[in-house]
Design a protein around this ligand. Sequence first.
Ligand code: URA
Length: 258
Amino acid sequence: LCEDYPGEETYPAGDFRVEWGPVFHRGRLDGSARVVVVGQDPAQHEVVTRRILVGAAGQRTQGFLAKLGIERSYVMVNAFLYSVYGQGGGERHDDDEAIAGYRNRWLDALLVGTQVEAVVALGRLADKAFRTWRDTPAGQQAQVAYQRITHPTAPESSSGGDLDRYDQAVAAMLENWNQGLERLRPAVRHPDVDRDLVPYGERLESADYAPIPERDLPAGLPVWMRSRAWADRKGASATLKRATIVVTVPRDARPWEP
Ligand code: URA
């Protein structure tokens, strides 16, 4: 799957940032996963680390899995192999057969005859991706619990920088996540850690962001790349912004500064 992946013929450069390359997955590919997470598309932190769901969305997702007692037995794939570019880029391609065909091969590999107990989809496009697979002959045989939850950065996307709207969107997302946790909990019969389910409150606390485990990332990546935000797209024009990712070492990770 990593040798033979679709390129610009399938993912048009007008709608996808194909120039940054495909980002395939994060987590276990050795059959030990109990939970599969389907995300949407990689953003800037993901194209730097070459693993999906690493930035804020990933750290929130990691916190969600931790509430289910899942700390290592998971694997994540996105609906799209490349970062979506521009408004509605993802929506325009949610039905593409070639995109779905390749993605379905990943879902076959992760879900057919494996020990996965539950699938979690993050948002509408991920939900569509999973349902498309579930309609295939292999998907129809699948015996896994399935839950769609609100995408972890939906509050940022929907609030347009308005703080009140952001707070309301976070509270709505966490209520949705609490319902998702209640439904998933009985399906995840083999958690890594047996812990009581502690629901979210109305706000995202720092404990709700779990750092990305070291084992999930290419060896030697600095510790600060596994938590917080450190990459941004910047550029004076749309074309320069698309061509540039600025990586900044966070203040408390600068050993040269007292
Ligand atoms: N990063 C990903 O890889 N997927 C998402 O859905 C969001 C951010």
